[in-house]
Design a protein around this ligand. Structure first.
Ligand code: TLP
Length: 339
């Protein structure tokens, strides 16, 4: 048995979630008839303070549908330079929306509003106009870092004052809300759309929600269909999402505690690692691929996110014993590595 810290996407549905799925009331969601999907969408919209929500197969599709809804081909989308939308969605913004990325630098994934302002081109025929700003909270490559609310407010004010639409990639918005002692609705308040994932720390097997105005979500339904994401008896999946929202939100605090313990343990054994704000620990490891292989031999799964960096993610299928085992594995590797 491995301690699997590759991602919070690796979780498997617990027996109670499986029962909820098996017993779900379903219908054909392309006709709008699936009661479980409808309920999940209503719950999601209410939770994040938006008028409407649409259930989508993945966080990637939720982000890309949002981009398509907010932009026209030839527009510029401002986004953090290592953000998921730009770096890890297979070039989809170029293909699906025909947009130009406007990368913005950051410190630990957090963009400074002055840098965003600098990335907005003058209004002139030579330039692709900036029409959308995407913000990722928590920031994955930033280390699971959390935007301070005043920075969120400064970014949304900037967007509104410049006539730029705002999308929040809140794949891990519940982690962000917990860590900043606020609500997802408050974080998302001034964004036109917010996407969040059920299949990460919340433990559902599949699914994301895109939330916004009725008008935007109506458009999103057509874009989802165009991309082949219209699902039929999706209520079986929605039931897992409902279970996740009802049972797995507040326990994310445990994941944050475990990540902190992991970080402490690693630092104690001589590893350099960024102090976690949520459920991710990024470790400095020259020769990261080799370290990941040695960790695997020692019973721990992790991923190398750069030649000299490893990512560890805590989630509901890891417990404190697993975390102690992971710390021991890192300690062992360090001893052998330096021998
Ligand atoms: N992130 C995954 C990998 O794709 C890197 C992970 O293991 O962290 N936004 C953010 C901030 C994400 O971290 C991810 C997934 C997504 C969107 C996309 O979600 P999915 O995987 O459902 O398409």
């Amino acid at each position: 048995m491995y301690v699997d810290l590759r991602s919070d996407t690796v979780t498997r549905p617990c027996p109670a979630m499986r029962r909820a799925m098996a017993q779900a009331r379903v219908g054909d969601d392309v006709f709008g008839d699936d009661p479980s999907v409808n309920r999940l969408q209503e719950m999601a919209a209410e939770l994040v303070g938006k008028e409407a929500a649409i259930f989508l197969p993945s966080g990637t599709m939720a982000n890309q549908v949002a981009l398509r809804c907010h932009t026209e081909p030839g527009d510029r989308v401002l986004l953090e330079e290592k953000s998921h939308v730009l770096a890890f969605e297979a070039g989809a913004p170029a293909v699906i929306s025909g947009v130009l990325p406007g990368p913005v630098p950051s410190v630990r994934g957090i963009m400074d509003p002055d840098d965003v302002l600098r990335a907005i081109p003058p209004q002139n025929v030579h330039f692709a106009p900036a029409t959308l700003l995407c913000v990722e909270n928590t920031s994955n490559r930033g280390g699971g870092s959390v935007y301070p609310l005043d920075v969120i407010d400064a970014l949304t004010r900037l967007g509104h004052s410049q006539g730029i639409r705002l999308h929040l990639d809140g794949a891990r918005i519940f982690n962000a809300a917990l860590a900043s002692s606020t609500s997802p609705a408050r974080i998302a308040r001034d964004f036109h759309t917010l996407s969040f994932c059920l299949s990460k720390g919340l433990g559902a097997p599949v699914g994301s929600l895109l939330c916004g105005t009725e008008e935007t979500i109506t458009k999103a339904r057509r874009v989802r269909k165009m991309l082949g994401g219209g699902m039929r008896q999706a209520g079986f999946l929605a039931a897992a999402g409902i279970y996740a929202l009802e049972h797995n939100v507040s326990r994310l605090a445990l994941d944050h505690d475990m990540a902190h313990r992991l970080w402490e343990g690693l630092v104690h054994t001589g590893w350099e690692a960024q102090e976690p704000e949520t459920n991710m620990v990024y470790v400095d490891a020259p020769g990261a691929a080799g370290t990941v292989a040695r960790l695997r031999d020692a019973g721990v799964l992790a991923i190398a996110t750069a030649p000299d960096r490893i990512r560890l993610v805590t989630h509901l299928d890891v417990n404190r014993e697993g975390i102690e085992a992971a710390i021991a594995a890192f300690a062992k590797i360090r001893t052998y590595g330096s021998a």
